[in-house]
Design a protein around this ligand. Structure first.
Ligand code: ATP
Length: 510
């Protein structure tokens, strides 16, 4: 997808009330966004789809809602005070700041793209092409692959040893240039803590520094025993929650992909030590299914295993999505060991253990986590749904082919003209539908223009009330993607709409 198309998606999101820059009248706040009338609905629907799939459909997963503020020691125990850093580097000519790890990852991605290009060229040239064989024998591909392996090995070692001079050396050796100035005039690499802090308490001398949570997971860990005991949960079991998280990102570009205030949907699954790899594999599969059930092309998703594991993990991968700017992380799946619970035991002096009646002993469970950004998921849905179409008559339309379950508005109720009792009849229909679905009523403009506006926000159905309706109680119902129109009796409308947007349309695929 081109840069141009991404720009169009961003302006579409604004023009149709999905996303606005925060405090726009004051020229905005960097990497902070507001959701408009359609955006809030779409966001709620994505969150609900996640909650239904993760909580409602599992008899052993409980949902909670923990506070954003937590005791400051939480973040000492979790490692965020000491280790929630990103390596940053500045280009002295452009004065632009970058994440050193991202510069290196992007450089590797460019070499990977070269390999893909060689493969594609060879595919066209040879019949009975064996891709595996080609990748393991072609001299040029092997050379590229060796470059990638060397970079990865050096990068991993440098990060593990916190050797920032080595990270800089790697950037120099790879001849990475600043995309803005085009020069290699880099500063040293420095670590930068991403947590926002504020103070709690009314008198400044007594106030203590607290943090805005950088992830929702810790609210789950500190409540592990509360939920386990009050919910009488037996291992394996999960605790899920959605909520805001805050990170002072160094490079906050790419619209809502990387924000400073964002929302996460996380689930921590508590398992018997030694079984975590099995659960890690199962959750990888389950989560990929959740994504694919929405019906976007399968080629838009892929797994990416982490080379550099976080301080708490013994295995980790991302589900990557093909955003308009390439494949990027959408969700993380991590095997977090017993790191967090053990550390909270140490710092709080309280036991955070589970008594296993089958084993007749207590232990600190291991944790497998699934963690997805709601805003990133929103961007994934928006960009995969956005289509600029040329119709048979040569006119154009922009349509959002959002899965109907997630669409902000499920049905638009449109009287053909603003007279002859049509608006009243239309309002009657709106009033029967409104208990179950978010509908939209509009009488202004030509019907064609109204259809286009509904296509642009992804409304699955438009229901048009005309003079026939008054005579025989039938309406025209128009489907968004095919634009096909059908005449149906008014009594049938709720069933047709509900069927199309029912949670079953997706949840039954899980
Ligand atoms: P990245 O490498 O892109 O910074 P991360 O690996 O730090 O992401 P996690 O800590 O694993 O991300 O967070 C889990 C999920 O939360 C991510 O997969 C992403 O969808 C979302 N997320 C993380 N940071 C942001 C952000 N700044 N803005 C929007 N979503 C985010």
């Amino acid at each position: 997808m081109s840069e141009e198309l991404f720009k169009n998606i961003i302006s579409h999101a604004k023009e149709y009330g999905f996303i606005f820059q925060s405090s726009e009248i004051y020229d905005g706040l960097s990497a902070v966004y507001d959701y408009g009338q359609n955006g809030a609905e779409l966001k709620n629907n994505i969150r609900n789809y996640w909650w239904k799939a993760m909580v409602q459909m599992h008899d052993n997963i409980a949902g909670i809602d923990a506070a954003i503020f937590m005791h400051p020691t939480t973040w000492k125990a979790s490692g965020h005070v000491d280790a929630f850093n990103d390596p940053l580097i500045d280009n002295k000519d452009s004065k632009k700041r970058y994440r050193a790890d991202v510069l290196i990852e992007e450089h590797v991605a460019k070499i990977e793209a070269k390999i893909d290009k060689e493969v594609e060229k060879a595919k066209k040239r040879f019949e009975n092409f064996d891709e595996n064989m080609f990748r393991t024998t072609n001299a040029r591909v092997l050379e590229y692959q060796k470059k990638i392996d060397d970079i990865n090995v050096r990068f991993k070692a440098a990060m593990e040893q916190n050797d920032l001079a080595q990270v800089k050396q790697l950037i120099i050796d790879c001849e990475i240039v600043c995309p803005v100035s085009g020069t290699r005039n880099w500063t040293d690499v420095r670590q930068f803590n991403l947590m926002f802090s504020t103070s709690m308490g009314s008198v400044s001398e007594e106030a203590s520094v607290i943090y805005l949570r950088p992830e929702t997971a810790q609210g789950i860990f500190v409540n592990f025993l509360n939920v386990q005991k009050t919910g009488r949960m037996k291992i394996p079991f999960g605790i899920a929650q959605t909520g805001k998280a805050f990170r002072n990102e160094i490079v906050a570009r790419q619209f809502i992909f990387r924000m400073r205030e964002f929302e996460q949907m996380e689930m921590q699954y508590f398992v018997k030590p030694g079984t975590e790899m099995e659960w890690y594999g199962r959750w990888k599969e389950t989560r990929m299914k959740w994504h694919r059930a929405m019906g976007f092309p399968e080629s838009k998703y892929r797994f990416h295993d982490h080379l550099k594991l976080a301080h708490y993990a013994n295995a980790a991968c991302d589900i990557e999505f093909e955003f308009p700017f390439g494949f990027k992380e959408l969700e993380g799946i991590h095997s977090r060991t017993d790191f967090d619970l053990k550390s909270h035991e140490t710092y709080s002096g309280k036991k955070l253990q589970y008594f296993d009646p089958e084993e007749n002993k207590s232990y600190v469970p291991y944790v497998v986590e699934t963690s997805i950004g709601l805003d990133r998921m929103f961007l994934a849905v928006l960009s995969a749904s956005y289509k600029e179409e040329t119709l048979e008559d040569g006119s154009g339309r922009v349509v959002l082919s959002i899965p109907p379950l997630l669409a902000p508005v499920k049905a638009a109720v449109l009287p053909l003209v603003n007279k002859d009792g049509l608006p009243e009849k239309a309002m009657e229909i709106f009033d029967t539908l409104k208990y179950e679905q978010r509908c939209f009523y509009e009488e202004k403009d030509t019907i064609g223009k109204r259809y286009r506006r509904q296509d642009a926000i992804g409304t699955p159905y438009c229901i048009t009330i005309d003079s026939e309706t008054i005579k025989d109680n039938t309406v025209t119902i128009r489907e968004r993607d095919t634009m096909k129109q059908e005449r149906i009796p008014v009594e049938k409308i709720p069933a047709v709409v509900n069927d199309k947007v029912s949670p079953n349309t997706i949840l039954k695929k899980l």
